[in-house]
Design a protein around this ligand. Structure first.
Ligand code: DQA
Length: 147
């Protein structure tokens, strides 16, 4: 299986950005966490980050017919983007939403995510480990579906 791991705005600043909230791991460290999980789970990942909303929309669309599932941290666009929601609904692939921080402990504007409506589930608050957990949950569900 191929799983797209898509990351939104400001996640290129991981490690530098509010380490009290997001930890000290960099985007490269995060990619390593995902690659290790992928190896363990025997899946291939396509790991990407962009600060541009439209680029995320295009990447989601390109998953159609190519990927088996999506792990996405839409970052701030979670809270604002109907375009991302629509793109995910359009491709209809099993999707897990990830947030490094526990968004529910934070400002109320972070409590709502448009993207969640298109997700099987949401992993929030487990730091970069959440991506490994998301990959595991998604792989389990894809394999169940195949049976
Ligand atoms: C985030 C949470 C969002 O509210 C925030 O805008 C981010 C990162 C997280 O991973 O915890 O940029 O998605």
């Amino acid at each position: 299986p191929l799983i797209a791991v898509l990351n939104g705005p400001n996640l290129n600043m991981l490690g530098l950005r509010q380490p009290d909230v997001y930890g000290h791991a960099t985007l490269d460290d995060l990619e390593q966490v995902c690659l290790q999980a992928a190896e363990r789970l025997d899946v291939t990942i396509d790991f990407r980050q962009t600060n541009i909303e439209g680029e995320l929309v295009t990447w989601i669309q390109e998953c159609r017919g190519r990927a088996d599932g999506i792990v996405i941290n839409p970052a701030a666009y979670s809270h604002t983007s109907i375009a991302l929601l629509d793109a995910l609904l359009a491709v209809g692939l099993p999707t897990v939403e990830v947030h490094i921080s526990n968004v529910f402990r934070r400002e109320t504007f972070r409590h709502h995510s448009y993207v969640s409506r298109a997700a099987i589930g949401v992993m929030a608050g487990f730091g970069v480990r959440g991506y490994a957990l998301a990959l595991q949950a998604l792989t389990d569900m894809i394999e169940d579906e195949d049976q």
